[in-house]
Design a protein. Structure first.
Length: 360
């Protein structure tokens, strides 16, 4: 019988562009990262076909599960082209868990999806380290995920991310509440900058100005353009959960794509609007610079970017000082940015003091 030198199926798969050994190496590299996010209900062990979570162990009596999924958008392009991968994982978690907490929910566990043409273990580990850091900030467990090598779907060093989070809230504590009324106070929590929205426009503006990611940021001489753009989305979960426990929070809105103008109405009852004072909070320099260089109208800035406010909290006037103090003590920068009013027009958010040069 003649012996043939047929390549193994493993070698054939590698020649097709998929490295099973690299995938296994990544799983081993990230196991300590996932374990560091362990919390009640989950041991954060990786490697099984599914992740188990013991909801009873969290202490909820009559829980409603809340889920959210999101990505990072073209902010990934900045990370990929600059080679700075350690913070986009925080963004991924933030975009999901900040959505959970506005429903009054505590984030419990998180899963991620990482896809690339060819798995680079160091890059993937840097991304997952950011995911683990985001989970620790949010108090949720990183219980699993999927790493996919898909040559022909992606090119070069490109990769994509998606995240999925599950949280819980007691049935009688779901937000927003129905008792939002005229005169309630709108509090704004400061953002870290761009967070993870509008980056297709952001990259276009920087390209038009001839700036590369390694150049010094014109609005922040202490950092490069890439470092400034990759400032991670702020995770507001723990301070907001503490505020919710007071019973004084009526509604919250995560200011993402759509900005202040389109996100706040999502949590308001019919017939209710808000007015905001555009001069009541400091607008970060990056937004001012982009407005000056691009000629984008004030209204488009307010419906594309967070413009310095990453989260909105609505409370009764009698409790505004209490909630402001609580959030401030927890490390948040809090501004009284407006009030609830009876809606008198189709425009449910009136941004007062916004002239042609705002936010400059």
């Amino acid at each position: 019988m003649t012996e043939t030198n047929t390549p193994s199926s493993k070698d054939a798969y590698a020649r097709a562009g998929v490295d099973i050994d690299a995938g296994n190496a990544l799983v081993e590299a990230i196991k300590p990262l996932a374990k560091a996010t362990s919390r009640s209900g989950a041991d954060a062990a990786l490697g099984g076909f599914g992740a188990l979570f013991d909801l009873k162990a969290t202490g909820y009596q009559d829980p409603i599960l809340v889920s959210a999924t999101d990505g990072v958008g073209t902010k990934l392009r900045v990370a990929i082209d600059s080679g700075l991968h350690s913070t986009v994982g925080i963004d991924l978690v933030a975009m999901c868990v900040n959505d959970l907490v506005v429903a009054g929910a505590e984030p419990l566990f998180f899963l991620d999806y990482f896809a690339s043409a060819h798995l680079d273990v160091e890059t993937a580990r840097a991304v997952v380290s950011g995911i683990a850091e985001g989970c620790k900030q949010a108090g949720c467990a990183l219980v699993g995920g999927e790493t996919a090598e898909m040559p022909g779907m992606y090119e070069g060093k490109d990769y994509d991310l998606a995240g999925f989070a599950v949280g819980a809230v007691e049935r009688g504590q779901i937000l927003p509440r129905e008792d939002i009324v005229e005169g309630d106070i709108v509090l704004g929590l400061a953002s870290n900058g761009l967070h993870s929205n509008g980056f297709s426009l952001v990259r276009q503006i920087f390209a038009q100005e001839g700036l590369s990611f390694t150049d010094t940021a014109p609005f922040d001489p202490s950092r490069t353009v890439a470092q400034a753009l990759l400032e991670p989305t702020r995770i507001y979960v723990k301070p907001l959960l503490a505020a919710i426990k007071t019973g004084h929070v009526k509604a919250m809105a995560h200011i993402t794509g759509g900005g202040l103008l389109e996100n706040i109405p999502r949590v308001l009852p019919d017939g209710i609007g808000v007015w905001l004072s555009a001069t009541s909070w400091p607008v970060p320099s990056i937004f001012k610079w982009m407005a000056q260089k691009s000629g984008i109208s004030a209204k488009e800035m307010a419906r594309t970017f967070n413009c310095g406010i990453g989260m909105v909290v609505i409370v009764a006037a009698a409790h505004a000082d209490t909630i402001t103090a609580l959030l401030t003590d927890a490390g948040e920068k809090v501004y009284r940015i407006g009030e609830v009013e009876t809606n008198r027009s189709e425009n449910r958010v009136s941004l007062q003091g916004m002239n042609e040069t705002w936010p400059c």
